[in-house]
Design a protein around this ligand. Structure first.
Ligand code: ZN
Ligand code: ZN
Length: 337
């Protein structure tokens, strides 16, 4: 059974979770004059508490993922809702057997999503938010549409909505070029349906499209995570990439076909690994056989590197080398076994 709970301030904080940890994903766009003050407040709140995860604060809001026992997760949400500007923040919650991060990081960033600009706070300047149900209905009934998945290409390769495009979204420049090409390709009445993991990237990319003159831009509110919670896996194939130790999750308890392919042999694969060669570190999909055959490396030449992590331990994303061994010599011995 795979559960996702969508929680707002008015929600009852009752979870029938079977596993001891809850994983919290959230973002909230709000004007923060001094994000560093909220970093301080977070650090004070987290002191001596069993939280792990990654939280970024910027002038345009917050973006975070946390793992903690249930009581602490509830305490944190209540605390954040009580901060000025955050009373209507929405959280997506899943359960897991352990922490999903190795440590806790809270820090400021120049922008929430590193694209070189802040999210406009004017509702008209961004795509209209559709609930998962509204988004699905438009997806099903609209003939003149393009579905844009604004996550990274490696996320799209593991799972996506049927018929969606994966535009280049690494930099502002890439996406800008793409949106010009799209403008030339489709007519002005075309509806653009956007989606991403939790919704935050759509806030940015939809405003870029609006600037390009696209009129009918719609974003999936709460992202693919919320869609899975409310609409299950309708029109979705494969798994959802997540930026924590779980690496990939189903979006609901409905079965879907595997679409990920092993980087080496092209057989079905749904697990990502960073190349064991630390100087390469490439993220790639790999089946278990090839993981063994290539010692956790993305290519033959990576196995000959001078800093290669032991692949046997690659059940979670790689940590810094000193997590595995006290010295570089010991690391090499581990590798040889
Ligand atoms: Zn393979
Ligand atoms: Zn490599």
């Amino acid at each position: 059974m795979f559960n996702t709970w969508i929680v707002q301030r008015s929600s009852l904080l009752e979870f029938d979770n079977k596993l001891p940890y809850l994983v919290l994903a959230y973002y909230h766009i709000t004007k923060l004059e001094q994000p560093e003050l909220l970093v301080k407040a977070h650090k004070a709140f987290f002191k001596d508490k069993d939280f792990k995860g990654r939280i970024y604060l910027a002038k345009d809001g917050i973006n975070g993922t946390l793992s903690a026992p249930k009581e602490l997760v509830c305490e944190y949400m209540q605390w954040l809702w009580s901060q000025p500007g955050f009373d209507n923040a929405e959280f997506k919650i899943q359960e897991f057997e352990d922490h999903t991060f190795g440590k806790l990081t809270v820090k400021t960033r120049p922008e929430l999503v590193a694209l070189g600009f802040e999210v406009p706070l004017d509702e008209k300047a961004i795509g209209a938010h559709l609930s998962p149900k509204e988004w699905r209905e438009m997806y099903e009934t609209e003939e003149n549409k393009v579905v844009l998945d604004v996550r990274n290409d490696y996320e799209w390769e593991l799972g996506h909505f049927e018929g969606s495009e994966s535009p280049p979204c690494k930099t502002f420049k890439d996406f800008d070029d793409y949106s010009k090409e799209l403008k030339a390709r489709v007519n002005p009445e075309t509806k653009v349906l956007m989606c991403c993991t939790g919704g935050i990237r759509c806030e940015f990319f939809s405003s870029l499209l609006k600037q390009q003159g696209f009129e009918h831009v719609f974003q999936l509110q709460g992202g693919i995570i919320k869609y899975g919670a409310e609409e299950k896996s309708k029109h979705w194939k494969g798994k959802l990439f997540v930026f924590d130790d779980r690496l990939s999750i189903p979006i609901s308890d409905e079965k879907t076909e595997v679409i990920g392919k092993c980087h080496h042999c092209n057989k079905e694969a749904e697990r990502y690994y960073n190349c064991a060669n630390m100087d390469c570190n490439e993220l790639f999909l790999c089946c278990e056989d090839c993981l063994k055959a290539f010692h956790g490396c993305c290519q033959d030449s990576c196995q000959k590197g001078t800093r290669v992590r032991p692949y046997k331990l690659a059940c979670t994303p790689f940590r810094k080398w000193y997590t595995y061994a006290k010295s570089k010599e010991e690391l090499n011995t581990l590798r040889a076994t």
